[in-house]
Design a protein around this ligand. Sequence first.
Ligand code: ATP
Ligand code: MG
Length: 241
Amino acid sequence: MTAGAPALDVDGLSASYGHLRALFDVSFSVDPGAAVALVGANGAGKSTVARVVTGLVPAGAGRVRIGGTDVTGRHAWEIARRGVTHVTEGRSVFSSLTVEENLVLTFRATLGRAGVGAALERSFAAFPRLGERRGQSAGTLSGGEQRMLALARALGSPPKLLVVDELSFGLAPVVVEQVYAALDRVRDEGCALLLVEQHVDRALRLADRVVVLRKGRVVADGPPAELAPKLDELVLGPGPG
Ligand SMILES: Nc1ncnc2c1ncn2[C@@H]1O[C@H](COP(=O)(O)OP(=O)(O)OP(=O)(O)O)[C@@H](O)[C@H]1O
Ligand SMILES: [Mg+2]
């Protein structure tokens, strides 16, 4: 960790899937304790940025720095050890285990046996619904409850940088509010956030900055108040004619 360095600094990043180039010269940064919303249309490259940052997809060119340390080319587990947690798209829970078993398994690995009790309490305080369902197998939870569980697992030991991909996709509005309240709290605790979001309006209320991706390139980067009025055009590009 270099004092004063951004929590995340992405510099000139490119990435490809086989012959398909997904990112072109992407640069932006997230200050410690700040929240950046990464927005863009389907296929713009948002999830790819998240995957390169957390080591799931290799960078073709450019650098990724976490707290000032260059982690380009590092394994996902090495990046995770530096305090970076990625809640990926979709339902990342063990469906045959109960809610509580999912949490205990994760917290034992990240916090050790002694830290499990406090982390469980934290989770159930943040998401009372999970407390009510603690004995239920995760596979029988609703989609929204599974996303909540995935987030609770990530927040047991508050990361330095939390990368969340489409966390609120398909969730009922009341659940979206609970999820965002939890994100607000972790940011208050000093965690930096990179939010990939569908619910752009909700993400912009939390974000300090917005980065807009279009066809794999950054087309805007600025404060939400400045970009919100022209966000549709930035996301979709100039219309025909
Ligand atoms: N595993 C993969 N293999 C091949 N191509 C991929 C893969 N994942 C993504 N792509 C392609 O890379 C480009 C960027 O995709 P990405 O998933 O990063 O977009 P996105 O902005 O997250 O979109 P969405 O809003 O639909 O989640 C798209 O053209 C997509 O088809
Ligand atoms: Mg995506």
